[in-house]
Design a binder for this molecule. Structure first.
Ligand SMILES: Cc1ncc(C[n+]2csc(CCOP(=O)(O)OP(=O)(O)O)c2C)c(N)n1
Length: 325
């Protein structure tokens, strides 16, 4: 299989830049629609996390699988989930991936290698480990990647998943997005270790801390872990240090976060930072930037009007594809 290189070329770097801007624009519009009372469900935005959301999943290849959380809509964009699908889901329309069921970002498409998100955290860690076990048993050179927040790392399932992945040497990459808060709880009240990645030593696997606002570093470190897993090297735990620049969900004004903290992280905006990197390497000029912004805006406009003009499901569809356990 032809796999992406560690050093991305100009085309891929601009692709990553487009996806980061697209993710931000989709979320900005979702926020506006939510505040205007236009969406039936909740929103959980990952604004500020673009570098790790996109940088990590961009390191996967088409046959790999992604297990994202409620906040990881952006991670699904490199997998091929489209802006139309994102808005159809949030508007709960019949032609959404869940046929109008669910809310928020609880969608996915196995054909494109992304599981539909579930709410319980970190339940996708064991699922990703299970997918990786299947790949190993079938001798397929495929990799599973799971995302979760740092808050979810204090739940037992998180440790069980990593332990079994370590013991069975499974091809899985565990990504923890440490965005400073589990809802309103700051990290120092969640754990005593300095880094979530330090927990990797308990399972004898590599633990890597990355700058979660630097997309090049996020891509390169996850890429190394993905290829190590693919070649039989087992799991890696990656911790991306970043900041959640909005509340936990749309209803949360996050008044528990000091203004100085927000100001500090605003200066580290991952999109501006990547833009400066691209400009310094002569890979992006004003005209290209404007073209990308135009493309992003058109994609969002198209997706919103497509979703708004799409029908709701018929009442009888409410009991289709629903299972009781
Ligand atoms: C097992 C479980 N307990 C509680 C919740 C409710 N809940 C949803 S998100 C969240 C905070 C999660 O924080 P973190 O893991 O740091 O992820 P973040 O939301 O910051 O991305 C909580 C408590 C849940 N979904 N699952």
């Amino acid at each position: 299989m032809q796999v992406k290189p560690l050093e991305l070329g100009a085309k891929e770097l601009l692709d990553v830049y487009y996806l980061m801007r697209l993710g931000r624009a989709i979320e900005d519009r979702l926020n506006l629609l939510y505040k205007g009372g236009r969406l039936p469900g909740a929103i959980y935005l990952g604004t500020g996390q673009e570098a790790i959301e996109i940088g990590a999943s961009y390191a996967l290849e088409p046959g790999d699988v992604l297990a994202p959380t409620h906040r990881d809509m952006m991670a699904q964009l490199p997998r091929g989930i489209t802006p139309r699908e994102v808005f159809l889901q949030h508007y709960a329309r019949a032609n959404s991936l869940t046929h109008g069921k669910g809310e928020d970002n609880y969608q996915g498409d196995l054909k494109r290698g992304t599981f539909a998100t579930v709410s319980m955290l970190p339940d996708f860690y064991p699922v990703a480990a299970g997918a990786a076990l299947a790949f190993k048993l079938r001798k397929e050179k495929r990799v599973a990647m799971a995302y979760c927040g740092e808050g979810a790392t204090s739940v037992g399932d998180w440790h069980e998943a990593i332990n079994v992945a370590s013991v069975m040497n499974l091809p899985v990459v565990f990504v923890v997005i440490n965005n400073g808060y589990a809802y309103s709880t700051p990290v120092y009240k969640e754990m005593k270790v300095a880094n979530v990645a330090d927990r990797a030593c308990a399972y004898a696997i590599p633990g890597v801390v990355v700058d979660g606002n630097d997309v090049v570093e996020c891509y390169q470190e996850t890429k190394k872990a993905v290829e190590r897993a693919r070649e039989g090297g087992g799991p890696t735990l990656i911790e991306a240090k970043t900041m959640r620049m909005r509340g936990h969900a749309g209803h949360d004004p996050a008044t528990y976060v000091a203004k100085e903290i927000i100001d500090l992280w605003t200066k580290r905006d991952p999109i501006v930072r990547f833009e400066n990197y691209l400009v310094s390497r002569n890979l992006l000029n004003d005209q290209q930037k404007q073209e990308i912004i135009n493309r992003v805006n058109e994609a969002v406009e198209d997706a919103v009007s497509f979703a708004e003009s799409s029908p709701y499901p018929e009442g009888k569809e409410a009991i289709e594809d629903v299972y009781a356990a």
